[in-house]
Every structure is written in structure tokens, then in C-alpha cells.
Design a protein around this ligand. Sequence first.
Ligand code: APR
Length: 311
Amino acid sequence: MSRKKIALIGGGQIGSILALLIAQKELGDVVILDRPEVADPMKGKALDMMALRPHGGYDVNLSGTGDYADIEGADVIVITAGLPRKPGMTRDDLLEINLGIIATVAENIKKHAPNAFVILTTNPLDAMVYAFYKQAGMPKERVVGMAGALDSGRFEAFVAMETGLSTEDVSAIVLGGHGPTMIPMVRTATVAGVPLDALLSKEQIDKIADRTREAGTEVVKLLGNGSAYNSPAASCCEMVEAYLKDKKRVISSAALCEGEYGIDGYFMGVPCVIGAGGIEKILEFELTAEEQAMFDTTLEAVVSTVKETGL
Ligand code: APR
């Protein structure tokens, strides 16, 4: 059986770390594609990671390119191409520039790898995944935005930090749009089945939820130039692995909702089953009135950003 082929569109901060994580897990051969002007630096990054093989213990090939012909037949594509946020910018400030980039990427994926499972990270995420879907014409099962995996991971990390308990035992999910209206699901979060309110005060829980919503901005401010990349890359890797290994993982992801949670025609962060069929199922459960109100607010925010795309 030949190795799987994973193409990364954008070999910046997230793309570079993701290439290494994928190689270390031996999920498949990796092609890092970026703008033709930076094809050489991409080749350099890939060569450096090839030279890491004897130390990293992996036997997959990595290559860099500026030519879409090299992604031909890719099984999985992760799109990180686009500008990241700088301090003072919201994710929505990136819309116009990144929209143009996504249009070109969609056209090329349609041409060279129409059967791939495509994961996007480019911000503003909810609008970019919508724009890609509209322009690439691929089935909804194979187009998804990476946001919930990252936001849920941040939520879990903060719970572990506040309780002093192992991250391994924390299970928490963030739903909704990838922005300040996202919904850290406090009610369903547990540490090994123990509800959060048995471990933390209401003030502590509220603080964690607020910090989760602003976690990306907190990192942007501290970095001073660019946005988070390690945890986004690890989140993408988790999704790639779930698909290639048919794991049926339940990962919050921006998936096209057609009636689920009362949403029709928009990508929204919802609990998704990811396996060989891509987004195989969206899991639904009943929300409280308060959670439903938060869902309505996040949907409004997503709809308004999507409308700005004009698609
Ligand atoms: N085609 C291919 N690659 C492109 C294109 C294009 N048309 N335009 C830009 N790129 C590349 C850049 O050259 C750069 O290498 O996309 C890469 C983006 O990398 P970074 O600037 O380091 O950004 P990164 O931190 O990786 O974030 C990527 O994910 O989380 C989001 O907001 C973030 O939109 C941003 C994206």
C-alpha cells in the first residue's frame, strides 16, 4: 500500500510545525506549497526536515514547492495560506486579503486534488471555509474548518491549569464561531466525569470561559508579530489523523450545518465525527435556553462575516 499524500497550502508558522508533526506520526508524505516566490525557502524547510529523519525516527518524504502540479492527487490538504493577525487586528480584519488567496487555492485544489479531505485554518475561519466550499464545489463531508479543536484544547488546558489536574482527564468542548462569540460548554465539561462546578467556583469557571474566548488574542498580543501556531498545528494534525486512520473521533469543527442546531447553510463549530468518510456526522444534543441564546448570538456573528464575502 502506497503512503498517503498530505499537501499543506501555506508553509508559514502553522504549516511548518504541522509538517513536522505529520512526519513524526508518519501519517504520509508531505508536500509544502507556498507562493512561487518562496518556493526555495519551502524546499529548504522540507530538506531540513528530511535531515531530521535519522533523529526523528520517521520514514516519510517531505518536499517544498511553489507549483500546484505537485499536490496532484493529495489525500488530505490543510490550507493555512493567508495573513495572520497582528496586535490590534481582529480575525475579521483579514477578510478581504485572505478571501482573494482562498479563491486561488480553491481553483487549484479543484483542478489538482478534487478528492482530498480539506481542512482550513485561514482566518476569519467561518467565512473562509464557507468561501472555499462555495468556490471549490466539493462535497460538504470533505470541507471543514479547524477552530473547535483548537478552542476546545485551550479550554481544556485552562481547566487543567486552574485545577492542577491532568490535561489527559479533562474533556471539554467549544462550539460556535471562531471569535469572541464562541461558546465554551461549561455545563458538559468534566475532569474524568467530575463536573467542573464540583472542582471550581463560579468565578473561576467564568474566568476560564472568558480566557478561552480571548486565548487567540492573548497570544497575538504577547507574540507581537503573528498569531498562535503550535497548538493550531497540533489541532490540524489531530484532524488529519482522525480522517486517515478512520478513528471516528468526535472533534468540534466548523462543518456545514443543514438543519443541525437550527442552522441552515452555514459552517459552524459543532461536534463532528471524523473518520474515513470525512465529516461523517454532526452530533446533536439539547441546549439549555442560555446556551441556545449564545448559539443565536454566535450564528449572527458568523452570518454577518459570511455576508461580507459577497458569496
Ligand atoms: N498561496 C500559498 N501560500 C500563500 C499565499 C498564496 N496565495 N499567500 C500567502 N501564503 C503563505 C505565506 O507566504 C505564508 O508562508 O501563507 C503562509 C502563512 O503563514 P504565516 O504568515 O506564518 O501565518 P500562520 O501563523 O501560519 O497562520 C496562517 O491561519 O490561524 C490562521 O490567522 C491565521 O490566517 C492565518 C493562517
